[in-house]
Design a protein around this ligand. Structure first.
Ligand code: ADP
Ligand code: MG
Length: 337
């Protein structure tokens, strides 16, 4: 779109076009990709493999809401793409490319260089090229759209779970939330985390790992999946609602970080069930698929734990060590709640 004020002269090396050229336009790679035409024209042209469906998802990160405005730009570049790739992973899709819409308060070359470094390190690790975008002046805001491909019938949809399915989780949850509480100075969190623990937990908050290899290995194996961005209980709630089911979880049996294990139960459950920003995959599969799930975990080098099962009765219940079932109401992130 044409700006309200004239753009700076692109030939000076400054301005919008110089910025794109310096930081986001890269030499064509020799690796085969799905990109027929990349940055520089009115549209990019992509070529999904014949017979595949296109998977598309956007995530916007707003300063002050999704991240601290003074966060290291390299970290922000990583996270902005990671949260989007996580959505492709949760669909079982393979990434083809992404676009980047950026609002920047000012042209800050060192900031942009570091942002681009974090962004491209992750993009290159997953062979997911930047194919276009938009750049404007405004309060810091980053919107990425990822494009991927998946075979028809193999996408891991939220409405595909069935009663009796096992419920699985990649990695562990709760660490990102504990890190956030430590950074906010919440006493129950800081009491349980020394500087070394915080450094490790903070990595989990700021540099999440999108579980792409696992997601693709689960396509055609698992039934339903979602990535844990807003909190396990509320994200699981989306599967339960779409599939019209309930679930039983036994959090006392889950693998979890020692700092979480040490918390009093209410805070531990708060981190495990309501904490967001984990970007782990939560998925269901029939009991008959247990060895296939283990195979997908091994093939993708991703730890996976079984954390519960789906029930025909609606609602979410926690199974206590005594066997007693306790109802649980989710209260994850909702920007308009
Ligand atoms: P248009 O006027 O057609 O919207 P622009 O002048 O905004 O095009 O952008 C020029 C080219 O640069 C386009 O190919 C666009 O996709 C690309 N582009 C703009 N901003 C970015 C960005 N932040 N990252 C990657 N590519 C970008
Ligand atoms: Mg534009």
């Amino acid at each position: 779109m044409s700006p309200a004020t004239p753009a700076a002269d692109p030939n000076t090396g400054g301005g919008e076009f110089g910025l794109i050229r310096r930081h986001f336009q890269r030499p064509a790679t020799t690796q085969p990709t799905a990109v027929a035409l990349g940055i520089g024209d009115d549209c990019a042209l992509l070529r999904p493999a014949p017979g595949y469906q296109l998977a598309v998802s956007s995530d916007m990160l707003v300063a002050g809401r999704h991240f601290f405005a003074d966060v290291a730009p390299q970290t922000l570049g990583h996270k902005a793409l990671a949260v989007n790739l996580s959505d492709l992973a949760a669909m079982g899709a393979r990434p083809l490319g992404f676009t980047l819409a950026l609002a920047l308060p000012e042209l800050d070359d060192p900031w942009l260089a570091a942002f681009a470094q974090g962004l491209f390190a992750l993009a290159d690790a997953h062979a997911c090229p930047l194919v276009g975008g938009d750049t404007t002046r405004g309060p810091l805001n980053i919107c990425i759209t990822v494009l991927g491909e998946v075979l028809p019938g193999q996408a891991l949809r939220r409405d595909a779970a069935q009663a009796g399915d096992d419920l699985y989780l990649s990695g562990q949850v709760g660490e990102a939330r504990l890190a956030l509480e430590c950074l906010r100075g919440t006493p129950w969190a800081t009491e349980h985390c020394g500087p070394e623990a915080l450094a490790r937990l903070r990595e989990r908050l700021e540099r999440p790992t999108p579980r792409l290899a696992l997601g693709q290995a689960l396509a055609g194996v698992a039934r339903a999946a979602i990535d844990v961005s807003d909190g396990l209980a509320s994200d699981l709630g989306h599967i339960l609602q779409a599939s019209r089911l309930g679930a039983e979880l036994a959090p006392d049996e889950w693998a979890l970080a020692p700092e979480l294990r040490a918390l009093p139960e209410p805070q531990r459950l708060e981190c495990l069930l309501n904490g967001g920003d984990d970007y782990e995959l939560l998925f269901t599969a029939p009991m008959a698929a247990r060895s296939a799930v283990a195979g997908a975990a091994a093939a993708s080098g991703t730890p996976v734990q079984r954390i519960g099962r789906l029930t025909p009765e609606p609602g979410l219940r926690l199974r206590e060590p005594s066997g007693r079932l306790r109802p649980w109401t989710a209260s994850g992130w909702d920007h308009f709640a």
